[in-house]
Design a protein around this ligand. Structure first.
Ligand code: PGA
Length: 251
C-alpha cells in the first residue's frame, strides 16, 4: 500500500494580506513541477479566499486552521464548514495543540468539528500529540489514544479513510526540537494500530499520518523516510517558499 505523501503548511496567525499573496504566487510557480505529493497551505481565515483564488487550478490545495461545528446561525465570530468550502477550502486543521492548550479545545469539540467538516466535504487534518511532561512520564501513547478516540468517535470507516492525522508532539512545535525519526515512527505506528483496532487493517493502511513539529528542509528527508510517516504539517518553515519547497523536494 503506498500512501501519497501530503505536505501541508500551517501559517498560523502570521503574514499580511500582501505577504500571503506573494507567498501563494511563489508556491504556485515553484509547485508547478511537483506531482509526487499532495500540497496544501492553511492561511489565517481572513486570507483564505484570496490565497485560494491565486492557487485555483494549481497543485496546491488550501485549508483553514479551524472551523465551528454548527451549520449556521447566531454564533458571533465563528465560521462554518460550508463557508470554508464555499470560499475554496479543501482542508481544515482541527485540534491543533495551540487550540487545545491555549484555547481550551477538547477532543469532544474536535469530534463535532470533524463531523461538520466531513459533512461539508472538507478533509480534516486532525492533530494529536503529547506535552513534554507527558512524554517524560511515559504516557505518550495513552494521551494520543485518548485524543484519537475522542476526536474520531462515531466516525464511519468510509469517512475515516478521508481524514488525515497529524502527530505533533507539543514539545517539538516551534521549538526547533524536532522528534527523532525513530520517536516519530514509534507514535505513527501506534496511531496506525489504533485505526486498525477501531476500524480495520484496510482503513489503517489508507489513512495518512503527517508528522509536525519543527520540520524544515534540513530534517524532513529522514523523517519522511519512515514507513508510517506520510507527510508533514509544517509551521515556521512554511512561511517562505524555499524551505517549504525544500521539504516538498525531500518527499
Ligand atoms: P512548527 O509548527 O513547524 O513551527 O514547529 C508545526 C505546527 O504547529 O503545525
Amino acid at each position: 500500500m503506498t500512501r501519497r505523501i501530503f505536505i501541508a503548511g500551517n501559517w498560523k496567525m502570521n503574514l499580511t494580506l500582501s505577504a500571503s499573496l506573494e507567498l501563494a504566487e511563489g508556491l504556485k510557480k515553484a509547485a508547478a513541477g511537483i506531482s509526487n505529493a499532495d500540497i496544501a497551505v492553511c492561511p489565517p481565515a481572513v486570507y483564505v479566499q484570496a490565497v485560494a483564488a491565486v492557487l485555483k487550478g494549481t497543485a496546491v490545495g488550501v485549508g483553514a486552521q479551524n472551523v465551528y461545528f454548527e451549520k449556521e446561525g447566531a454564533f458571533t465570530g465563528e465560521i462554518s464548514a460550508n463557508m470554508l468550502k464555499d470560499i475554496g477550502c479543501r482542508y481544515v486543521i482541527l485540534g491543533h495543540s495551540e487550540r487545545r492548550n491555549i484555547l481550551g479545545e477538547s477532543s469532544e469539540q474536535v469530534n463535532l468539528k470533524v463531523k461538520a467538516a466531513l459533512a461539508a466535504g472538507l478533509v480534516p487534518i486532525v492533530c494529536v500529540g503529547e506535552l513534554l511532561k507527558e512524554r517524560e512520564a511515559g504516557t505518550t501513547e495513552d494521551v494520543v489514544r485518548r485524543q484519537f478516540d475522542g476526536s474520531f468517535s462515531g466516525i464511519a470507516a468510509k469517512e475515516m479513510e478521508n481524514c488525515v492525522i497529524a502527530y505533533e508532539p507539543v514539545w517539538a512545535i516551534g521549538t526547533g526540537k524536532v522528534a527523532t525519526p525513530e520517536q516519530a515512527e514509534e507514535v505513527h505506528a501506534a496511531i496506525r494500530k489504533m485505526i486498525e483496532k477501531n476500524y480495520s487493517k484496510e482503513v489503517a493502511e489508507k489513512v495518512r499520518i503527517q508528522y509536525g513539529g519543527s520540520v524544515n528542509d534540513k530534517n524532513a528527508a529522514e523523517i519522511l523516510a519512515k514507513p508510517n510517516v506520510d507527510g508533514a504539517l509544517v509551521g515556521g518553515a512554511s512561511l517562505k517558499v524555499e524551505p517549504f519547497l525544500g521539504i516538498l523536494k525531500s518527499a
